[in-house]
Ligand binder design. Structure first.
Ligand code: E4P
Length: 218
């Protein structure tokens, strides 16, 4: 199971990477805006800074803003030139599917984002997306269960041995992450606090406290 961090904050990316368990980073326009990154040059140099933090095999998803085929191709090609770790993130729309197919044929990695149904995920896989990003937290927000979609996608992708990896996105808490692991999602992307949340157990804290107290008696 791969762990991606869902942020554009360089300190958080460094902290997760220093743990030694980070496989990549996902960003989106909202996360970039949150860091105050403005203007094409700054946006591109920020993506480069992220690429420089992640390991040699790390993936960094950078999202196109255009919503037409030509625009997505132009932007995606520019993004892909920043660094070999860049994965072009493309929205699940008609022209997005065409753009994913275009990049697949050129050997450029893609992440199909804003996926909320099995039908959309089938299209992304047929177009050859490297990753498909079902947004489980946002499905939960609507009163449904995002995990049902992950379960469906694991079955469907296994049925046809699609190579597209299921990248569970909009992961909001530790339980989401563990359920994704149980169901067999290939990747989860989540904020730093979800990753560090995996460390926590009160019995670990109590046990360590006791060991350290007893160590003084040794
Ligand atoms: C994924 O690629 C998205 O950036 C992200 O997971 C969206 O999460 P949110 O629903 O918490 O904004």
């Amino acid at each position: 199971m791969k762990f991606f961090i869902d942020t554009a904050n360089l300190n958080e990316i460094r902290e997760a990477y220093d743990l030694g368990i980070l496989d990549g980073v996902t960003t989106n326009p909202s996360l970039m805006a949150k860091e105050g990154i403005k203007g094409k040059d700054n946006v591109f140099s920020h993506y480069k800074a992220i690429c420089d933090i992640v390991g040699i095999d790390g993936d960094v998803s950078a999202e196109v803003i255009a919503t037409d085929f030509q625009g997505m191709v132009r932007e995606g090609e520019e993004l892909a030139e920043i660094d070999s770790k860049i994965v072009v993130k493309i929205p699940m729309i008609k022209d997005g599917i065409k753009a994913i197919k275009y990049f697949t044929d050129k050997g450029i990695k893609t992440n199909c984002t804003l996926v909320f149904s099995a039908g959309q995920a089938i299209l992304a896989a047929k177009a050859g997306a490297t990753y498909v990003s079902p947004f489980i937290g946002r499905i939960d927000d609507m009163g449904a269960d995002g995990m049902d979609l992950i379960e469906q996608l694991v079955i469907i992708y296994n049925n046809y041995e699609f190579e597209t990896e299921i990248l569970a996105a909009s992961v909001r808490h530790v339980t989401h992450l563990i359920q994704c692991a149980e169901l067999g999602a290939h990747v989860v992307t989540c904020p730093l606090n979800v990753i560090t949340g995996l460390l926590k157990h009160p019995l670990t804290d109590l046990g360590l406290e006791k060991f350290l107290a007893d160590a003084k008696k040794m």
